[in-house]
Design a protein around this ligand. Structure first.
Ligand SMILES: Nc1ncnc2c1ncn2[C@@H]1O[C@H](COP(=O)(O)OP(=O)(O)OP(=O)(O)O)[C@@H](O)[C@H]1O
Ligand SMILES: Nc1ncnc2c1ncn2[C@@H]1O[C@H](COP(=O)(O)OP(=O)(O)OP(=O)(O)O)[C@@H](O)[C@H]1O
Ligand SMILES: [Mg+2]
Ligand SMILES: [Mg+2]
Lengths: 168, 151, 151, 168
């Protein structure tokens, strides 16, 4: 599969619905300090099932819901959708064409969560399993947060092992 | 399984060595199992020796050297098990100009198989991307994607 | 002593607020005693709210915002108790161009009382220094100061 | 006082004797990755009495001694000297002119250490006390190592207190 698009609404500073298309080999995201770039990276981690608020700079998961500004009220939920499409001529072993994967995660202030794969409700576990072993799974090595590139060198030996295990 | 892990471990280690030599123009590096007898449970150690320098505790290396080595290991994992995409948030921040060029070359060479999303403040890095999204906060606290440029 | 600590605490907090407003063009921030009844033993909490944004856990702020706030607090301490000199190792790495200008302006304004030694890769920062030392390793692993330039 | 000069020999990658003069309000130190810039900052921390090898990226204090290269042998000791001179017309309360301060620290591979203030042998404690309350002392707030600028925001409440106490 390859990446197609990312949609955010109510996720951190992206209170208005925002769509980002990723059609290219290399896409750069730029802008001044504090404008929301890392929030985009965290939206991707989050929709793929990141469960630790601390990995998203928060204390509780509710911290990802748009909290309002002096001019805008807080929102009641955060929602992120990630769409992947099959690479050309990708087929499963039996010749059946590969389907696109559209993953949606929604969190309400009440604490209720919803997860969808291709518009069908599912559990968080299903999202984890869909991406297991791709580097986007539980022990994600494909998303390097700000300031964290050196972490593989400072991390514990068993933490490094789990990165290799994810790829194995 | 133990076999699967060892196969991945050795393959990734070979890629790591190749990439390190390309990025550093020589030198030695690698991953080691802390307990060779217990491949099923053992943790992993990393060593790296830039060309001409002596092998020391990896933490003594500089900020930029560590970032480049960590990135080499990451790409080594990608070479063994490509991910559909990779998100890099300001990994080029500690790199000098020459290393930014090495970093962007490596990203370009990997980008036929893996899509890269790179958050950066660095002009050289931006120049290597095909698409650029600019994010701003015209309204304080409200993020907006305001521009898409193409190189 | 408790009095001495509180005097320093309050003075530094005022400087912190002034500097923050200059660097962020508004907003609120400050230090708080976690236990107001126990000024002798209490730990310190820090809050910051850039203009227009809502007050949240400081960890939710961006990398660049945190660096600038931490630097403002450091300078606030210097304004209360100047140190003869200050060494900054790549503190400008996460800052965008506009914030690098604010950072260098603040350093320049403090440099009559405190000497600054700034390690940096950033051209704008280098331009504000009076003296530039270039370090290289012509012989691998052997550092040498090879140049002194004056602005 | 103000800074005058720094001399290093055998300290990390500075195996040859190196002298750096600091006569200006702002001095920048530049160079490629790994050339030794942070080693200069650590030399200053070290000569002022830094005792934690981890703060100098090492496991043991011996790690600061030049360890050799493929072309150069290791050295048997590390030595750093920091010189401060009085600011113009600085005088002590009784009109006596203020003296320069020259601090030297030496560490031998045997583990033996030597400390000097103005060429007289002293203890590490004397160095700490000389700089106490200047921000260069034990809880140094005047030296910000690479990657550590954010630490005051992530550190524990009591650690922040000790910074304010150092200034108080
Ligand atoms: N739940 C939330 N609601 C509203 N705003 C939020 C929320 N969580 C975080 N923010 C805001 O998002 C901003 C941080 O955005 P982000 O970390 O993406 O910036 P950035 O573009 O990566 O900046 P830098 O270049 O400094 O790394 C902060 O100013 C913070 O106030
Ligand atoms: N005891 C030692 N003997 C010899 N070399 C050492 C010793 N300790 C550290 N080094 C070397 O010093 C180099 C690191 O230098 P330093 O951290 O000062 O680089 P830097 O100029 O700050 O780079 P960057 O821009 O990446 O931060 C490493 O390559 C390391 O091998
Ligand atoms: Mg960021
Ligand atoms: Mg450095």
């Amino acid at each position: 599969h390859k990446l197609e698009s990312l949609e955010l609404v109510g996720f951190k500073s992206f209170c208005d619905k925002t769509s980002v298309i990723f059609n290219d080999r290399i896409t750069s995201i730029v802008g001044p300090n504090g404008c929301g770039k890392s929030n985009v990276a965290e939206a991707i981690s989050w929709v793929l099932g990141e469960q630790r608020p601390k990995s998203l700079r928060g204390e509780k998961m509710e911290d990802v819901i748009f909290n309002g500004t002096s001019a805008r009220k807080p929102l009641g939920f955060a929602e992120v959708t990630l769409a992947l499409k099959p690479i050309e001529e990708a087929t499963l072993d039996d010749g059946i064409p590969v389907d696109p994967i559209v993953v949606t995660r929604r969190l309400y202030r009440s604490g209720e969560s919803e997860y969808l794969i291709n518009d069908r409700r599912c559990r968080l576990l299903d999202i984890h399993q869909t991406f297991e072993g791709t580097g986007l799974g539980f022990t994600s090595y494909a998303i390097i947060e700000q300031g964290r590139i050196g972490s593989i060198l400072t991390s514990k030996p068993m933490e490094r092992r789990s990165l290799i295990e994810e790829a194995a | 399984s133990c076999e699967q892990f060892l196969e991945a471990f050795k393959a990734i280690d070979l890629h790591f060595k190749d990439l390190f030599r390309v990025l550093f123009g020589g030198g030695e590096c690698g991953m080691l199992l802390l307990d060779e007898q217990d491949a099923l449970e053992s943790g992993i150690d990393i060593y790296a020796q830039p060309p001409g320098k002596k092998l020391q505790n990896i933490m003594l290396l500089s900020g930029g050297e560590k970032a480049l080595i960590a990135f080499a290991l990451l790409i080594a994992i990608f070479k063994y098990r490509p991910s559909p995409f990779c998100v890099l948030d300001e990994v080029d921040a500690p790199l000098d100009e020459a290393n930014i060029a090495r970093f962007t070359n490596l990203v370009q060479s990997m980008s036929d198989v893996t899509q890269f999303i790179i958050i950066t403040h660095n002009k050289r890095t931006i120049e290597t991307s095909q698409r650029i999204y600019g994010i701003t906060m015209e309204q304080p606290g409200v993020s907006k994607v305001v521009s898409v440029s193409f190189n």
